[in-house]
Design a protein around this ligand. Structure first.
Ligand code: SAM
Length: 172
């Protein structure tokens, strides 16, 4: 399976810190390889880096990215999630499974360049909702849920448990 990357545009560090953190965490949990964020945000980088160092996997974060340049230069396919886009169920079969995928999610109003650069403008329902939820539904459908329980070989690994909490910690 090719790599899945997220591009978060319109990020405002103070206002969006929790939402962008959750965009990163959800995409990591669902199998994305990393996130690019347009605005420089060292706190966000540190927080996500901390989760990766404890829970494992190779998820990367880069902030302060020139998003228009990135959209022009990205070698794979680009999906833009927007409530105005085509239906998810109709779009899914049209997305390549052989090329890397870049998924664009907005924070504030998304400029027309994102719609134009995307190979697929896709809606997860045509109602306005959360970018975290839209991204999670998209990733789960795109990957058929296969990454939910994949092992990340972390210092901490949570073992599914019907009642209590089971966490295995590696000695570093
Ligand atoms: N009003 C903004 C605009 O002009 O696009 C969007 C703000 S919305 C809170 C933030 C992001 O959530 C959007 O850029 C989009 O990526 C995602 N989003 C919101 N509703 C969506 C939907 N129904 N389907 C897909 N993505 C959605």
């Amino acid at each position: 399976m090719p790599d899945i990357w997220i591009l978060r545009i319109g990020h405002r560090p103070q206002r969006d810190k929790r939402v962008t953190t959750h965009v990163a965490l959800s995409s990591r949990a669902l199998g994305a390889s990393g996130i690019f964020v347009d605005t420089k945000d060292e706190v966000l980088e540190k927080n996500i880096g901390g989760v990766v160092s404890r829970f494992g996997g190779g998820y990367t974060i880069k902030t302060g990215v020139e998003w228009k340049k990135m959209l022009k230069e990205f070698g794979g396919e680009i999906v833009h999630l927007t409530m105005y886009g085509q239906r998810l169920d109709e779009a899914l079969p049209k997305i390549s499974r052989d090329k890397d995928l870049l998924i664009v999610v907005g924070a504030e109003k998304v400029p027309p360049e994102a719609y134009q650069a995307a190979d697929h403008n896709i809606s997860v329902g045509n109602q306005p909702h959360s970018e975290i939820a839209a991204l999670a539904v998209f990733l789960d459908r795109f990957t058929d849920g296969r990454n939910l329980y994949s092992d990340r070989d972390g210092l901490m690994t949570v073992i599914p448990n019907e009642r209590g909490k089971t966490v295995v910690e590696k000695r570093s």
